[in-house]
Design a protein. Structure first.
Length: 296
């Protein structure tokens, strides 16, 4: 009798363990399916993008990963790589314009550059328009001792050479606000107020700013108030954890859900792109987390 009871107890334990294993497997599959379908569950208030350079992987792979998450756009893609975006039915919400000659340190604040910049940007405007994209990034260049007001005047002269062309092609030139304290020493467009004054001086709806939250937190802070007061001049936003430019989670000093709510409350219809450098080995998991944090 004792032996029979022991046998029954053992059978019962084995059955219980089998049921638990099946349930755990089922739960694991459901969680996995939920993670894989995260894009289907995004709330739709924020249009998401991601900057290509941060992930150090082939664009083809990044497109696949981004699409699974629910990200429809890759930022800072050059025209030569547009066919890869098209293959995956992706867009570039911010087209790259950098070259070995033109970029962050050499831009529109130097009159001597204007003629060649006109040629350079007309090509990029054409390619952006042909692809059906809208935003094309540009830069002020470094100060090199230049007075702030002269920088505005020079940038205005250079930009106005191509604004009519950009308007005709329905392309928006977007100058990025960058910090000159940590990452881009001597860069001129390093404060919101300077960028806004340049927008007013250029006087075209096709010239706006890229408000990089990481960079502007370093330079001036007061992120939400600046978004509320100057949002009409912002065509695009970038994220990044401060300090360090890593994940936008609890390891850094900004609370991104509140920032995203402020952006949404302005009526913004453009894109917010993740531009942090993943510190964790699973870069795509970090990207997914960043999107979820911003998906208010």
């Amino acid at each position: 009798m004792h032996e029979e009871n022991s046998r029954r107890d053992m059978i019962k334990k084995v059955a219980t363990m089998a049921l638990a294993s099946t349930a755990l497997s089922s739960l694991s599959n459901r969680v996995s399916a939920h993670d894989n379908a995260v894009g289907e569950h995004l709330k739709g208030k924020i249009n998401h993008s991601v900057c290509a350079w941060c992930y150090k992987m082939p664009l083809d792979e990044l497109c696949k990963a981004a699409k699974e998450i629910g990200i429809p756009s890759i930022d800072l893609v050059a025209p030569a790589e547009f066919p890869i975006l098209k293959k995956h039915d992706m867009i570039s919400a911010m087209v790259a314009s950098n070259s070995p000659d033109w970029g962050i340190t050499r831009g529109f604040n130097m009159v001597a550059h204007h003629e060649k910049l006109e040629e350079h940007f007309k090509y990029h405007i054409d390619e952006t328009a042909k692809a059906g994209f809208t935003n094309l990034i540009c830069f002020s260049g470094n100060r090199n001792g230049m007075d702030p007001q002269l920088g505005i005047e020079n940038c205005t002269k250079g930009l106005q050479r191509i604004m009519g062309y950009a308007e005709k092609k329905k392309v928006v030139l977007v100058m990025e606000l960058l910090n000159s304290k940590v990452d881009h020493h001597d860069y001129q467009c390093d404060h919101t107020a300077w960028g806004v004054e340049l927008c007013k001086s250029v006087g075209s709806p096709n010239f706006k700013l890229l408000y990089d939250i990481y960079h502007m937190q370093i330079m001036e802070g007061d992120v939400i108030r600046n978004i509320r007061e100057s949002h009409q001049y912002f065509a695009h936003y970038h994220t990044g954890g401060v300090p360090g430019r890593n994940e936008i989670d609890e390891t850094q000093e900004l609370y991104y859900p509140a920032i995203m709510k402020a952006i949404y409350d302005t009526g913004f219809k453009g894109h917010v792109a993740q531009e942090f450098i993943p510190a964790h080995a699973d870069k795509i998991a970090s990207l997914k987390q960043g999107v979820q944090i911003c998906d208010i």
